[in-house]
Design a protein around this ligand. Structure first.
Ligand code: ACO
Length: 326
């Protein structure tokens, strides 16, 4: 079984409710039908039932009747959602009237559903930008306990079946040491939850254990110390160059005392330039399959898609969200 088949299988057992707020998009409707038919999760669509059914018909789809559709304008919890949003954002100048209007936005509505336990996870971004999806998550749901920043990972499945986790490749442009530590801890836990493997996490740099000294290597060293102190149950080490982290012979030579060096399966990049370039190089030159970005650090799973995604990507991301919700 491939990793994604295993994730779909585990999601089936979890039985979670996943909201797909961009509900008139043809790929979302295909995914909703597939998710319901294969019982990967219980999909929820957002909008007017007549409009959504018409959108499905235009795609030659007959929407399954076990899919829940919720229309924001007439939803019984609207006022509760608006009050919650108002309380969270009033210090930023949001008025209650503006909050009442904003919760009708599909992304904010979906995020409020998660907060009020009306859904377990959300998948969006087939229509909206990454920034819009993240802003709704950050403003409505907020950080989970112990995280200082919302970030992301990619699961990189290599041609030989090995799976590595890369973080952060999609959200935080230039993390400080506290943020980098939070990214390392969250990426390690994401790896463990989604692969079932123990994480061995390398904090990447252009230096290994002091071979170069620069403010950028010191940022990684400081982040490593914070992560190790905050999450002593995890195996995190740095700073390490990529080859020292990956290859046993080089790890042994450059960092012989490290249990992570030469043995890492989670790689934490020092900034978004390195992470984003790194995952695309792995994808294009090594033939890896990238699953993600998987958003982490939010108190409830709200995941983002590329606007070029396929309906199968939506199915997979819904399955990932269901596991994160456990
Ligand atoms: N985690 C937690 N809170 C955050 C984060 C974060 N990563 N980023 C911003 N915030 C908070 C700020 O603290 C601030 O909070 P406040 O309003 O309570 O004071 C608020 O969000 C607004 O902060 P801004 O700096 O103005 O952030 P903005 O809203 O402009 O953007 C966002 C935040 C959406 C996360 C932005 O960093 C972003 O778009 N990141 C994605 C980068 C990107 O485009 N990646 C593309 C690659 S994707 C790919 O390749 C698959």
């Amino acid at each position: 079984m491939t990793l994604i088949e295993q994730i779909r299988d585990k999601a089936r057992k979890a039985g979670k409710r996943i909201v797909l707020p961009e509900s008139k998009d043809g790929r979302m409707l295909m995914a909703a039908n597939y998710l319901a038919e294969h019982k990967i999760c219980k999909p929820i669509l957002i909008g007017n039932a007549v409009d959504i059914t018409r959108a499905a018909e235009e795609q030659n789809l007959i929407l399954r009747d076990d899919i829940t559709i919720i229309e924001p304008k007439v939803w019984k919890k609207n006022e509760l959602y608006a009050q919650h949003l108002y309380e969270r954002r009033r210090n930023k100048g949001l008025t209650i009237d503006a909050a009442r209007e904003l919760v009708l936005n599909e992304l904010f509505f979906a995020a409020e559903m998660l907060v009020h336990n009306d859904a377990d996870g959300c998948v969006a971004g087939a229509v909206n930008t990454t920034g819009d999806v993240l802003r709704a998550g950050i403003q409505v749901i907020g950080l989970k306990a112990g995280s200082t920043v919302v970030s992301s990972t990619f699961l990189m499945t290599m041609p030989d079946g090995n799976v590595f986790t890369y973080g952060d490749c999609a959200v935080v442009p230039y993390p400080d040491s506290n943020q980098l530590a939070s990214i390392a801890i969250d990426s390690s836990r994401t790896h463990q939850k989604l692969t079932g493997e123990k994480a061995r996490t390398a904090m990447l740099s252009f230096s290994t254990k002091g071979s170069a000294v620069h403010e950028k290597t010191q940022l990684v060293t400081a982040a490593t110390a914070i992560a190790r102190e905050t999450a002593s149950d995890l195996e995190i080490d740095g700073e390490l160059q990529f080859d020292a982290a990956l290859l046993p012979a080089i790890g042994q030579k450059k960092a012989p005392e490290s249990s992570v060096a030469g043995n890492a399966n989670v790689f934490i990049f020092p900034n978004l330039d390195a992470g984003n370039i790194g995952y695309k190089i792995t994808e294009r030159l090594a033939g890896a399959v990238a699953t993600g970005p998987i958003i982490q650090g939010l108190a409830k799973p709200m995941n983002d898609l590329s606007r070029g995604c396929s309906w199968q990507d939506i199915v997979n991301t819904a399955a990932v969200s269901a596991l994160q919700a456990e």
